[in-house]
Design a protein around this ligand. Structure first.
Ligand code: AMP
Length: 356
């Protein structure tokens, strides 16, 4: 089945009575909270009845109504019901991952953002093509493991949350640890400090940092908390631990707020700008929130190791705004910014420019 046309999906919609829907997980509390702030009805899709209990614990963020399903795939059986409620879907990492990219692409519900981005984001080669075309520096890729001369990070394709990733300093170490049956990429391990930059691109509004079409905002940034790498030193040095067979892992467990030296901000905007301009040429453009995952080296250079093309969980510390969004508007979370974009588009008959 092909991706349904946005015009067909919106044909029956009452733009004055829209609802925002997402799966209860990841950043949904923030999304519901932001949507309520902007006057939308909210629908929470819960996978398993017991989840409701947790969401009911947060009266100011819980969705107005729940749609309960037993599995993610079952969401596909409820799209008509959701369309009858004028629901606009906001995707987040868990939604796309657990529903599956192929099913997400054919979901016949108006969805915030450009779904074409998935092809470019989920394939590591295409992602590199996009980011390098945009002039960003990515960590070097090592094609032949026998060429490992410096520390590398080995990433299994499609592994979410850094699961299974490992560091190797030599070819021997790589050979000992690699699971050959899974496709993988070997990247230079970049030494520096990590910053996960949260942007918002509006193709339809012009205030602020202007681009060839629309404008760009920097809403916040975070650093991920990853177990066990971020705390492993409490037990000993990584080298010591590896000798006794304990290897650090990169599983994301939380997010920490952070701000950056102000002198680096021009570069942050320049990177965001070129990623968007390149995406406009490649696939019609990224829309809304996206995140560049970076390491800043001691030369104060950014190396970008990944892009996430939707709201990231790293925005969750900022439901009341961040040290950056405060300079744009008080109490502006990414969730609220998304709701504002939908509201603006609905009022100006531009919904088809921000949904797919
Ligand atoms: P990813 O799935 O690509 O987001 O990577 C998971 C985690 O591994 C990141 O959050 C970083 O902590 C770490 N990481 C990824 N790529 C690199 C790299 N090239 N150099 C150093 N650390 C990295």
């Amino acid at each position: 089945m092909n991706q349904p046309s946005i015009h067909d999906m919106l044909a029956s919609y009452d733009f004055k009575d829209l609802a925002v829907a997402t799966v209860c997980s990841h950043s949904s509390l923030q999304l519901f909270h932001g949507a309520k702030h902007e006057g939308f009805r909210t629908i929470g899709i819960v996978v398993g009845e017991e989840r409701k209990k947790v969401y009911n614990a947060f009266p100011r963020a819980k969705p107005d109504t729940f749609l309960t399903v037993d599995t993610y795939k079952e969401i596909l059986d409820h799209t008509e019901e959701l369309r009858e409620q004028n629901a606009i879907v906001i995707p987040h990492g868990s939604f796309v991952e657990y529903l599956g990219a192929d099913k997400f692409l054919t979901l016949d519900l108006p969805t915030f953002g450009n779904r074409n981005v998935l092809m470019w984001e989920s394939d590591r080669m295409k992602e590199r093509e996009w980011l390098e075309k945009a002039g960003l520096t990515m960590p070097a890729e090592i094609k032949d493991p026998r060429q490992i001369k410096k520390p590398v990070i080995v990433k299994y394709h499609g592994a979410k949350g850094g699961k299974g990733f490992f560091i190797a300093k030599t070819y021997e170490e790589f050979k000992r640890r690699i699971q050959k049956e899974k496709p993988y990429t070997i990247q230079e391990f970049v030494m520096g400090t990590r910053y996960y930059l949260h942007y918002f691109y509006s193709p339809i509004q012009k205030e602020g940092y202007q681009l060839s079409q629309g404008s760009l905002q920097l809403l916040s940034m975070d650093r991920r908390d990853e177990t066990t790498i971020d705390e492993v030193q409490r037990l000993g040095s990584i080298a010591e631990l590896e000798e006794i067979g304990i290897h650090p892992t990169f599983v994301v467990t939380g997010n920490i707020p952070i701000v950056m030296r102000e002198s680096l901000l021009p570069k942050v905007f320049q990177m965001g700008e070129s990623v968007i301009e390149t995406s406009l040429n490649l696939f019609g453009g990224i829309i809304g929130s996206f995140c560049l995952e970076t390491v800043v080296t001691e030369e104060l250079e950014f190396k970008v190791f990944e892009i996430s093309a939707r709201i990231v969980a790293g925005t969750n510390p900022y439901i009341n705004g961040s040290p950056y969004s405060e300079f744009i508007q008080p109490e502006l979370s990414t969730g609220r910014r998304i709701a504002q974009e939908i509201k603006y588009a609905a009022a100006h008959n531009k919904l088809s420019e921000i949904l797919s």
